[in-house]
Design a protein around this ligand. Sequence first.
Ligand code: FMN
Length: 171
Amino acid sequence: MEKIAIVYYSRRGQNYVAGSIEELPVGNTERLARMLRNAVGGDLFEIETVSPYPADYTETTEVAKAEKRSHARPALKAVPDLSAYDVVFLGYPNWWGTCPMAVFTLLDAQDLAGKTIAPFCTSEGSGLGSSERDLKRACKGATVVPGLAVIGHEVQGAEDAAARWARSVLD
Ligand SMILES: Cc1cc2nc3c(=O)[nH]c(=O)nc-3n(C[C@H](O)[C@H](O)[C@H](O)COP(=O)(O)O)c2cc1C
């Protein structure tokens, strides 16, 4: 039996939803992470930054843009120990074409050699962007399998597709 971790970053609150700004009590990526856990089990870990992003959506996009430019590594509240896991499902929203920098803070603190990394990403249309390529660089010695991309406001209807993808990763 492979040991599975489902690790995700997700920002709840004000977000861009199909052309307008809405308040989301649970983030899209968090919803998707929970679906994957229902499908294949595993231990669920949320990545949280010490400093919260602004409540305002547009302000968050500006902070995130600056972090991407400077290759920032925002401090995390806790770094899960992934050493015991064989397969890591790694979830995040697409921020400016790739993962939020907090995901790289997590990866920098891990030795992921020999593990399977399965990326899952929500976005408003950019899909995985360059994240798979960026993850391959950050996860040295790991196998990064083709990821799952879901439109954020369509996560609710993605349960079956998400379960099929998760099972295919484990085959
Ligand atoms: C800082 C920031 C940058 C974003 N950049 C993109 C982008 O480049 N392309 C895109 O399609 N969506 C972009 N989005 C939209 C999010 O990827 C999308 O709403 C996602 O589902 C949010 O997931 P979450 O609720 O788990 O945080 C951005 C959102 C934020 C807050």
